[in-house]
Design a protein around this ligand. Structure first.
Ligand code: HEC
Length: 128
């Protein structure tokens, strides 16, 4: 009997797998996650707040937004070759002080991978 269950559920796996594998990200959901960042950051303009503007973040070397006083740690990370892309951003948002030791970004990090995927999708909108 077990094989009937397997045969019955197989098509559902095939249909749902591509959606689960592709890390597309939902920019609208990301806008809600971004509220956690918005006390310190804007993404839609070049304005610096407590943190640097995240406008045009993708492809930018860490610690290089004009007129922002970064920590020595963030400067050093950029000089060491850290460029913000999907992979580096995921690492940093997961554990800011793990990725850039000594960063002055006081943020525990996002624990939920879906939140990270969505906030990355949100930020990408402002990096075209
Ligand atoms: C309490 C304020 C605060 C919060 C909340 C915060 N940040 Fe930051 N962020 C900072 C500061 C300050 C820096 C500069 C860090 C440094 O110089 O070490 C920074 C730096 C960054 C950088 C590096 C930018 C660059 O130009 O190199 C990124 C990316 C970033 N933050 C993303 C985020 C995201 C996304 C969130 C929300 C999930 C967030 N931050 C939440 C204060 C904050």
């Amino acid at each position: 009997m077990w094989y009937r269950v397997v045969l019955f559920s197989l098509p559902f796996f095939i249909v749902s797998a591509p959606g689960a594998l592709a890390q597309e990200g939902d920019a609208d959901a990301g806008a809600i996650v971004f509220k956690k960042c918005a006390i310190c950051h804007v993404a839609d303009t070049d304005k610096n707040k407590v943190g640097p503007s995240l406008n045009g973040l993708f492809g930018r070397t860490a610690g290089t937004h004009p007129d922002f006083r970064y920590s020595p740690a963030m400067h050093a990370a950029g000089e060491g070759g850290l460029v913000w892309d999907e992979a580096t951003l995921r690492d940093y948002l997961h554990n800011p002080r793990g990725k850039v030791k000594g960063t002055k970004m006081i943020f525990a990090g996002l624990k939920d991978d879906t939140d990270i995927t969505n906030v990355v999708a949100y930020l990408k909108q402002f990096s075209k």
